[in-house]
Design a protein around this ligand. Structure first.
Ligand SMILES: [Zn+2]
Length: 77
């Protein structure tokens, strides 16, 4: 288990956040993320900017980009 900064956790109300369904579906490493990196604000859609942490945001964006590139013709051999 990674170290979790409790001060960071207490800054967010866990009742107003939920796991990001987009990341949960697309990221095989999702369960290994720190809990806060899995969470998005409940009031928002499952988009990168709804993530509570920068790491969660970055991982979400990487999944989006990977999905986008996989739809385009692959030029690399
Ligand atoms: Zn996400």
């Amino acid at each position: 288990m990674e170290h979790i900064d409790t001060a960071v956790i207490h800054r967010f109300d866990t009742r107003s956040s939920r796991p990001c369904e987009f990341c949960r579906e697309l990221d095989p490493q999702f369960p290994e993320r720190r809990p806060l990196d899995q969470m998005v604000a409940t009031s928002r859609r499952a988009v990168a900017s709804a993530h509570l942490t920068e790491d969660g945001y970055v991982r979400h964006r990487m999944l989006e980009l990977r999905q986008k590139t996989s739809r385009e013709p692959v030029t690399a051999a």
